[in-house]
Design a binder for this molecule. Structure first.
Ligand code: SF4
Length: 485
């Protein structure tokens, strides 16, 4: 197949890359690479371990996983970045978790709220400051539906009792005040931040039962979770589900409210898009509220249609018939039109992916819908179960890499020359300077949505634009070109 790589060659390249590192690092990094194929049943790659010091890992921290990913998008709460000013400032408005509402009135997603720790706070603690902040929040933003306290590194180190402040303030305001122990030194990546954030949701929203959900019972009630509405993704997904005849009573945490978080327990089925970041709460909801959950994938025609059928199978014949009609009369013809337009322009080009905990596998099929095989894919913070799930998507020889660092990235693109790289902002300019087309696979390069029906059209257009951009023909100055001819 055009654009694919040879297994032996890929293994040789990995060996060469690893040889360029210090001995101890070589021993460790070796375990984080595997070359797999469609017949690989288990890859046993090492994952979810500490990064080697000094290698320029691409990972973030637990605060990023909790505040940046899980809690930050809940729009009618104010999320205090508790600690010095940096973490909140750098994560201010950088993740495109879209939300409706009036900013500063009932939508606070683009605010940077920080306790701005000073030296005296480190020495004496800042619990009083935190209490005052919550009082100020109540005065300035009366329509808020709660507050979360997102701990930055120093909080755990100085032993501040944020839980005591949360309990007192929650009693006073009658709203959830959620203390989250997501200090950046915990765990090895964003991943533990997800888990801690999910547990805070369990302990301080569900178990506290601060106000019960008020939503009409219906056999078609569903909850859509683990979708952060990047560039409007969750809205694209929601549209499909509603057209199928289902009622989305909760969407989370992208564009969600406190009320919607509570509503999840009243759904008949929990649909989980990002398994890595929210499987913990899905398991809890199943155990306590007996609501089943299932994973699905709304990237591109193949997976959308497959997922729609799998979701419909949980409901009655009415929903199933409606879903089939929708696919046959509306979605499939639309998808075919998009594929016919863009596939001939990008077919046979290979892709390297390196993203967080879900997309390195979830977007592989949408690239295949356009005839683009993934030859390299890897995660910043996936666990063994994510790698196992990745194997279900592998169609050709693929290099799997865990916790890639910038040196390895540079060497991989130099040796295996993918035709497109899909990764993050820290990788973008390095790839482009190497002459390789690049699309940001976290922020969608300020485009999107990529989930759902129209999402496919936007995705296909963006990939075409990146791969076939005229700029790639202009990298060598004409006088150098002439000299080499
Ligand atoms: S590691 Fe600590 S200081 Fe750095 S961003 Fe995370 S919480 Fe903030």
């Amino acid at each position: 197949m055009a654009g694919t790589i040879e297994k032996n060659y890929a293994e040789k390249v990995i060996e060469e890359i690893i040889e360029g590192m210090p001995e101890k690092t070589q021993k460790d990094r070796k375990k984080h690479f595997k070359v797999v194929g469609s017949d690989t049943e288990s890859c046993n790659i090492t994952s979810n371990r500490k990064s080697r010091p000094g290698v320029m890992t691409i990972r973030g921290c637990a605060y990023a996983g909790s505040k940046g990913v899980v809690w930050g998008p809940v729009k009618d709460m104010l999320h205090i970045s508790h600690g010095p000013v940096g973490c909140g400032q750098y994560s201010w408005g950088t993740r495109r978790n879209y939300a409706t509402g009036t900013l500063g009135v009932d939508n606070f997603t683009v605010f940077q709220i920080t306790s701005d720790y000073q030296e005296k706070d480190i020495v004496f603690g800042a619990d009083k400051k935190l209490s005052t902040m919550i009082d100020e929040i109540e005065t300035m933003f009366p329509l808020n539906r709660g507050v979360s306290i997102q701990s930055e590194c120093p909080i755990g180190l100085i032993g501040e009792d944020i839980e005591a402040v949360a309990r007192t303030k929650s009693e006073e305001t009658g709203k959830p005040v959620v203390p989250v122990r997501c200090e950046g030194f915990r765990g090895v990546s964003q991943s533990l931040g997800h888990h801690i954030a999910n547990d805070a949701l369990r302990d301080w929203i569900y178990e506290k039962q601060l106000g019960t959900p008020e939503v009409e019972d219906s056999p078609y009630n569903i909850a859509l979770i683990g979708d952060y509405n990047i560039g409007g993704d969750a809205w694209g997904s929601r549209k499909i589900l509603e057209e199928m005849g289902l009622k989305v009573i909760s969407q989370g945490t992208g564009d969600s409210t406190v009320a919607e978080l509570k509503n999840v327990s009243r759904s008949k089925l929990v649909l989980l898009h990002c398994y890595r970041s929210m499987n913990y709460i899905a398991r809890y909801l199943e155990e306590i509220y007996k609501v089943p959950w299932m994973e699905f994938n709304f990237f591109g025609p193949t997976q959308i249609i497959k997922s729609m059928r799998a979701i419909a199978a949980h409901f009655d014949k009415k929903v199933q018939k409606r879903t089939e009609k929708l696919i046959a009369e509306k979605y499939q013809p639309y998808f075919d039109e998009i594929t016919a337009r863009f596939r001939p322009r990008v077919e046979g080009k290979s892709v390297m992916l390196y993203v967080g905990g879900l997309r390195p596998r979830h977007v592989m099929p949408v690239f295949e819908d356009l005839g683009m095989p993934a030859t390299i894919t890897g995660y910043e913070f996936a666990h063994g179960d994510d790698y196992q799930r990745t194997l279900e998507y592998v169609k050709n020889t693929t290099v799997l890499v865990d916790d890639l660092n910038e040196y390895e990235m540079e060497r991989l693109i130099e040796k295996l020359r993918p035709d497109l790289v899909g990764s993050g902002i820290k990788e973008k300019y390095q790839c482009q300077k190497s002459g390789i087309p690049f699309r940001q696979m976290h922020s969608w390069d300020y485009s999107g949505p990529y989930h759902g029906i129209e999402g496919y059209a936007i995705f296909a257009r963006d990939i075409d634009m990146a791969v076939n951009g005229p700029i790639w023909k202009m990298l060598t100055p004409p006088w150098e070109k002439a000299a080499s001819e």
